[in-house]
Design a protein around this ligand. Structure first.
Ligand code: NDP
Length: 343
């Protein structure tokens, strides 16, 4: 019998990629969603024989996962992926920080209370748990699987960006502490991805064809900038959506990944560099897409702005070879063009 995997926030971008790969591999999936519509959409996409859902509306509602876990004694693996992943809010503590931390508490305590049969938990963290937003942009610094964003709860209240970074660091720290201090039957692995890019897993996403999650907006948002003045050069690390999905799956399939913190990234991106790639690969967009302030210089600009990241430990463990940025940008923009041209 294939194992049954419980995924929190299964309607999200990364979770959908994971669910799709799991279903291709023959696993059964129980996912939490916030609305029936999203659950039914996924039943249609993945098939009722492979997928069922439970509704969990608010990560920060006490014991929010208990009922869903208790209803599925067949679940042996939990992937905790749900967490606010956006930067636009006027109350970052309420909308980002608290749900992320409380959601982690609720899933782990829920497993302890209601699902003692669970053997492995994979917690989706972020490279924001490895380095703070400020540190990420200090070129003399180096970060790896052993480093932490040490910002406190209070440090995280200064902006939505800091709140997101803090939410991931504090959530992951909580998870490791919980496992150490409680009589759990499961082992833990955490995944720390950099920005995850790549096409939406289904051509018909929720909420209409214009829906794009926050990380892909960093690519696709560039297509609709009206003038050079609107351009902001965001820089960071990147990884392909199907590579991050595979990392989640190996993290529970492989015993040698127990207790590991995987920093899953394949290098750096910058908005100028992405614009350079778009112009190289999509000449038909030359007149409609801005060139940016440093056309053709994106690679150099990006390198001068970022700290170094050494994920050699993770690369020794995840050996299949991650997809590079050029191919990712090509796939992502192509899907967007196909969808907008056909609508
Ligand atoms: P999405 O926004 O696509 O998905 C987030 C999921 O969490 C959705 O299912 C969402 O439900 C659910 N969710 C968010 N807030 C709440 C809440 N308060 N209560 C209940 N459910 C909630 O994000 P991604 O797929 O991009 O990210 C998934 C995970 O990966 C997050 O933990 C994120 O921090 C992490 N990550 C993402 C990166 C990226 O580049 N995308 C990089 C590094 C880490 P709904 O859609 O219905 O609101």
């Amino acid at each position: 019998m294939p194992e049954t995997v419980f995924i929190t926030g299964v309607s999200g971008y990364i979770a959908l990629n994971v669910a799709l790969q799991l279903s291709e591999k023959g696993y059964h999936i129980v996912g939490t969603v916030r609305t029936k519509d999203k659950g039914e959409y996924l039943v249609r996409q993945l098939g009722a024989d492979k997928f069922s859902y439970e509704i969990v509306t608010d990560l920060d509602k006490e014991n929010c996962f208990d009922e869903a876990l208790a209803a599925h004694p067949e679940v042996t693996v939990v992937l905790h992926i749900a967490s606010p992943c956006f930067f636009t809010t006027t109350d970052a503590e309420r909308d980002i920080l608290k749900p992320a931390i409380e959601g982690t508490k609720n899933i782990l305590s829920g497993i302890l209370r209601k699902a003692p049969q669970v053997r492995r938990v994979v917690h989706t963290s972020s490279d924001s748990a490895i380095m703070s937003f400020k540190e990420e942009h200090v070129p003399t610094k180096t970060f790896d699987e052993t480093t932490w964003n040490e910002n406190t709860y209070e440090d995280s209240l200064v902006s939505p960006f800091e709140a997101y970074y803090g939410s991931k660091a504090l959530g992951e720290k909580y998870a490791w502490k919980f496992v150490k201090e409680n009589p759990v039957n499961f082992t833990l692995a955490t995944i720390c991805p950099s920005y995850v890019f790549g096409p939406q897993p289904f051509d018909e996403p929720f909420g209409g064809k214009s829906f794009v999650n926050a990380s892909n907006e960093e690519i696709l948002g560039l297509l609709s900038l009206k003038s050079e003045e609107e351009f902001e050069d965001l820089t960071g690390g990147y990884i392909y959506c199907r590579d991050i999905a595979r990392a989640h799956i190996e993290a529970f399939e492989r015993d040698d990944l127990v207790g590991k913190r995987l920093l899953v990234t394949n290098g750096s991106f910058g908005s100028q560099y992405i614009l350079d790639l778009i112009h190289k690969m999509f000449p038909q967009l030359a007149s409609s897409v801005i060139k940016g302030p440093n056309p053709g210089q994106g690679k150099e600009v990006m390198a001068s702005k970022l700290a170094k990241v050494d994920n050699s430990r993770t690369r020794k463990l995840l050996t299949w070879g991650f997809k590079d940025l050029e191919d990712i940008v090509k796939e992502t923009v192509q899907q967007f063009l196909n969808n907008t041209q056909s609508s």
